[in-house]
Design a protein around this ligand. Structure first.
Ligand SMILES: Cc1cc2nc3c(=O)[nH]c(=O)nc-3n(C[C@H](O)[C@H](O)[C@H](O)COP(=O)(O)OP(=O)(O)OC[C@H]3O[C@@H](n4cnc5c(N)ncnc54)[C@H](O)[C@@H]3O)c2cc1C
Length: 384
């Protein structure tokens, strides 16, 4: 009856104390999962809650992103307005803005190293038509945005800043004065500490390979071969959602990123969107962080596997050397990648899939902005 097995089976102590079947599970320790867990704790201080993640650190987007505290650049919104009703587009902008306010309130600007340096959109000569379309809409956009940001002029032309920045081939700049930037590492470290301080158990290195649910509970299998049962659960696995729930309309998208070594007297401060937002860069600790370019190879980048490709790495390097820091010899300190969760619609999926299971996925590449609210809304939904 005992086969020779090297499997790491759960002990009685592990299954009865760490993983008893009456707990609430949050799957995924990104910004959404941790906010969901913290809000569940607020809703029920007595409840036993566990967060599970496959990585030693969160291994998706929340510790891999660029830290833009952004809510809508003009070209992105103009494109959205072509496909969706204006009320829907501005409602999403409002949600992003409110989400950022909530994140800042919850953790504090100092803890997340928030800097209100603004978000710029960069236009080259070949983008004159779209730049002119933005100029035409400037006052209409400012009117809509005023109800959200409280500023008379959220969007302003900022060409006077161009000469200090040292770019090559950039002709125009539009500044969103309501945007800022954070240190993503500190945001997530503080969020994790909050979660632990709230008495929530966080188990890392547990990969879930199968999930089912019914009216009595949620049942999981792990890559170790453990069978786990929970009273109820929130799945917050964003770009990886379809691995466990294949019917969800979430498409993974990889983003490749680099950060340079420190650059003496770096003149660039703030967040920058380039080429309709497909590329983005910012300053961090006297360095440039630069990422994006998935539009160059959409098929290869529609993946939930981390990694790098020559095509996109080279395009990031070329952008850095020819446009952002022309004529400078810059050393690259690190490369990494992260996985987004996208879909035909930009709004997140916050839905109950059964009496015991809720999902909060598809952050549409804006999870820093909306992740706090999405996590909190999923918690409310699970126990409504
Ligand atoms: C390179 C990059 C730059 C970005 N820049 C910005 C930005 O500047 N501003 C902005 O607002 N947004 C940005 N985003 C998007 C933002 O980071 C995401 O929307 C947000 O982090 C998503 O959070 P999440 O909690 O939903 O998902 P994730 O952070 O992806 O968390 C999901 C977690 O689930 C875990 N998981 C998945 N499957 C399993 C499983 N089977 N078993 C156990 N655990 C599992 C993963 O390990 C992961 O930790 C960027 C994203 C990337 C990749």
């Amino acid at each position: 009856m005992f086969s020779n097995s090297t499997q790491n089976r759960l002990s009685y102590w592990e299954s009865s104390v760490f993983l008893p079947p009456n707990q609430t599970l949050v799957l995924g320790s990104g910004i959404v999962g941790l906010n969901a867990a913290l809000h569940l704790r607020e809703l029920d201080p007595q409840r036993s809650i566990v967060v599970i993640d496959r990585g030693a650190l969160p291994s998706g987007a929340s510790t891999k992103n660029a830290g833009f505290a952004c809510f809508g650049s003009m070209t992105e919104l103009l494109e959205d307005l072509e496909h969706r009703p204006a009320s829907e587009v501005w409602a999403l902008v409002e949600r992003r803005f409110r989400g950022l306010q909530r994140l800042r309130e919850k953790l504090g600007d100092e803890a997340i190293r928030y800097e209100a340096l603004g978000g710029y959109e960069v236009f080259r000569a070949e983008e004159k038509i779209i730049f002119e379309a933005c100029c035409d809409q400037l006052s209409a956009f400012n009117q809509e945005a005023k109800a959200i940001t409280g500023m008379n002029e959220t969007y302003v032309l900022a060409n006077e800043n161009l000469s200090n920045m040292g770019f090559s081939g950039v002709e125009n700049l539009i500044l969103n004065r309501g945007e800022g930037q954070i240190n993503t590492g500190w945001m997530m470290k503080n969020l994790l500490q909050r979660t632990l301080n709230a008495g929530i158990q966080v188990l890392n290195g547990v990969e879930i390979t199968h999930l089912s649910h019914d009216s009595s509970g949620v049942y999981l299998q792990t890559s170790e071969g453990w069978n786990l049962q929970f009273a109820d659960a929130i799945v917050a696995t964003n770009g990886f959602a379809r691995r466990l729930l294949p019917d969800l309309p979430v498409t993974p998208a990889r983003n490749q990123v680099l950060v340079t070594e420190p650059i003496a007297n770096l003149p660039i401060k703030g967040c920058f969107h380039y080429d309709r937002g497909y590329f983005y860069f910012r300053d961090i600790d006297g360095r440039i962080l630069l990422g994006g370019g998935r539009n160059l190879d959409p098929q290869a980048e529609q993946t939930d596997e981390f990694g790098h490709t020559e095509l996109i790495s080279n395009s990031l390097l070329s952008l850095l050397e020819t446009v952002i820091l022309p004529g400078q010899k810059v050393q690259i300190a690190q490369w990494w990648s992260g996985i987004l969760g996208l879909g035909a619609e930009k709004s997140p999926i916050i839905r109950k899939l059964g009496p015991r299971l809720a999902v909060a996925v598809r952050m549409g590449g804006m999870g820093v902005a909306i992740g706090t609210l999405v996590g909190e809304e999923a918690a409310e939904l699970l126990w409504e």
